[in-house]
Design a protein around this ligand. Sequence first.
Ligand code: UFG
Length: 385
Amino acid sequence: MAEHRSSAVFFCFEANLSPFSVAFAKKILSLPDNKNTNKMKGTILVTGGTGFIGSHTVVELQSVGYKVVIVDNLSNSKKEVVDGIEKISGIRPDFEEVDCTDFAKLEAVFAKYGNIDGIIHFAASKAVGESVQKPLLYYRNNIVSLINLLELMPKYGTKGIIFSSSCTVYGQPDPENLPVTEAAPIKKAESPYGNTKQVNEEIIQDYVHSGANVRAILLRYFNPIGSHPTSIIGEMPNGVPQNLIPYLTQTAIGIREQLSVFGDDYDTPDGSCIRDYIYVVDLAKAHVCAMARILENKQNEPVEIFNVGTGKGVSVLELINTFEKVTGVKLNYKIVGRRAGDIEKVWADPKKANEVLGWKAETSLEDTLASAWKWQLKLREEGIQ
Ligand code: UFG
């Protein structure tokens, strides 16, 4: 069967069949040797490429031979991430400090590089709580950025765009829709942030269906966690983390006194909320598969949607237990009241991504949490956090 697949799609199957653990990756990633082994496949513009998911995706794109141009306004990331990417892959991506809402500057990037084949659009504001306080900031940043990119694509011959969407579009799926498939109903967004994901999906659908000569893949991420096995890049939240994993690792290392577990009275086996935690490197690889699908004209529809998750629901308390087991660190946590707006339980049915995209999450929760802890230790070593 494999012989009939194109090389890029074959990569997706092959990469995911190989055994992957943090220890294994540590070994194979210690020597950056991509420079001489890849022939360039095309140029990909990665907006938000110095961010958490963006930076991991740049590394994976480079590892299969794409040239990458990063556009980032550094509002939630640091330029030094570009050095980290180079250290891992042996290839320095081009970097442009540009805000995607600035049409003229964004167009200058397209004009400068001339041949951008595809776009992966990560750049967006993503704090749920902040979006409730500053809705216009979120609508302007997240929606104008996308419109600018879409407008520039046909003008510069860019074939397709991958959009970072979220399982937040499903809200709390009805019990019969768990695990959640791409066909599950879209629920009213709980926050302006969530609404920007829904509206952006619609904007892309409307634009492509209007006859614009562009294609798109919408990737609905579940909960991305962990860090690159080299610990050279990872998650760098600004200020007090709002998400579970950075808060947990900061507590484990002593930056935060105690982790609050938001609720143990949900309708779940142990009463805490359930999510589908996906390793960020696995998620990054899904983008590589999706980009190959676009550029090699493999899509069944001009806009395709894929859930990117593991298919496994894990509760907050289960996750804490696994973290303690893997790291040997005892975590100081206490059960507190529910957090407003939290979804009780959601996890993916990733069958479509597995079968159609040829991608599968392959890293265990244990290895993923070990990578997050290793990253936190590295930050301490460097005196960063
Ligand atoms: N949690 C705690 N304590 C904390 C932080 C989180 O118990 O200090 C719990 C939450 O209640 C939830 C789980 O850990 O049950 C995960 O919470 P996160 O904040 O890490 O993630 P969410 O699932 O709430 O939201 C994330 C992103 C959103 C995105 C959503 C769906 O933060 O931006 O996934 O994609 F919309």
